[in-house]
Design a protein around this ligand. Structure first.
Ligand SMILES: C[S@@+](CC[C@H](N)C(=O)[O-])C[C@H]1O[C@@H](n2cnc3c(N)ncnc32)[C@H](O)[C@@H]1O
Length: 278
């Protein structure tokens, strides 16, 4: 029988990349039910044969390129653990900047109507719903499978101020008018080689690629949101590191004012927003 320390050491040395230690610990926690603090405090503890077997199977899956979040079935985002499947984008830390920028603009006691377009796992909608419980969030997606995951996350996280609507971008909003529309749409160029790297090949293409210049969906959202915003209502968009000036220009042309941009934690322009003029 192997100890926790022995199995972690083997896993860490076989996994590639700078995150191998963290990934080994996360796998052990998720697969064997041994928390990272227990791993640290009792490294000499022996795992049962069954636990060791399950850990080894999970490690093989990771070594064959399966995303960690698909093996564990979850990913941390904001202050939540979100259920994740192959039907949704694995929530990224960069998207927390979008949530932060939204919360800066939504007063703590606001009773706003907010839409999250392309909700995926529900990451943005549920984070905002929990931080601003008096607001009502309409979370949309064109993928029914993604909406099922988002609904399950909202149920597990007791976010009952989130409504779900299926449909393409602003068409899913019907006649609805909102104080804020927020979206992390697909924004990678269709021929970008990054689509073949890391976790991306295992994620839905629908969640990632957006035409030749990566801006097809952002264009639709910018123009489509105008009739769905109150006067002075906010549109906040996540985008690629080199797309901020294009996005700002498109927003200006479509009649938005008070345009701002915000960098992510890596220092890349990641969020651009503005308010509906008039
Ligand atoms: C980049 S993912 C973002 C997921 C989630 N909001 C997040 O930040 O983790 C983009 C999402 O947009 C959805 N999507 C793609 N095309 C769409 C469309 N035409 N209308 C609505 N949603 C769409 C995808 O299914 C996917 O869930």
């Amino acid at each position: 029988m192997s100890t926790i320390a022995e199995l972690l050491k083997q896993a860490q040395s076989s996994l590639p990349g700078s995150e191998s230690k963290l990934e080994s610990e996360v796998l052990m926690q998720a697969i064997c039910g041994i928390s990272r603090s227990q791993q640290f405090s009792h490294p000499e503890k022996k795992l049962t044969t069954e636990q060791a077997q399950q850990f080894s199977t999970a490690l093989q899956r990771r070594l064959s390129g399966e995303p960690l979040a698909h093996i564990t079935g979850s990913r941390g985002f904001w202050d939540m653990d979100l259920k994740v499947t192959a039907d949704v984008l694995i929530p990224r830390p960069d998207t927390e900047c979008l949530v932060e920028q939204a919360l800066i603009r939504i007063p703590a006691d606001a009773e706003w109507q907010i839409a999250d377009l392309g909700t995926g796992s529900g990451a943005i909608a549920i984070a905002i719903a929990r931080e601003r419980p008096r607001c009502e969030i309409t979370a949309t997606d064109i993928s029914d499978a993604a909406l099922q995951v988002a609904k399950e996350n909202a149920r597990l996280l007791i976010a009952d101020n989130v409504l779900f609507r299926a449909g393409s971008w602003t068409k899913a909003l019907g006649e609805g008018v909102f104080d804020m529309i927020i979206s992390n749409p697909p924004y990678i160029c269709a021929d970008d080689p990054h689509l073949q790297q890391g976790d991306l090949p295992a994620e839905p293409e629908l969640a990632l690629a957006s035409g030749e210049d990566g801006l097809d969906d952002i264009r639709l959202i910018i123009t489509g949101s105008v009739p769905h915003l109150v006067s002075g209502g906010w549109l906040l968009l996540e985008h690629g590191y080199d797309q901020a000036s294009n996005v700002a220009e498109m927003m200006l042309k479509a009649g938005y004012k008070d345009i701002f941009k915000q960098q992510d934690y890596g220092g890349n322009d990641r969020v651009t927003g503005g308010r509906k003029a008039g």
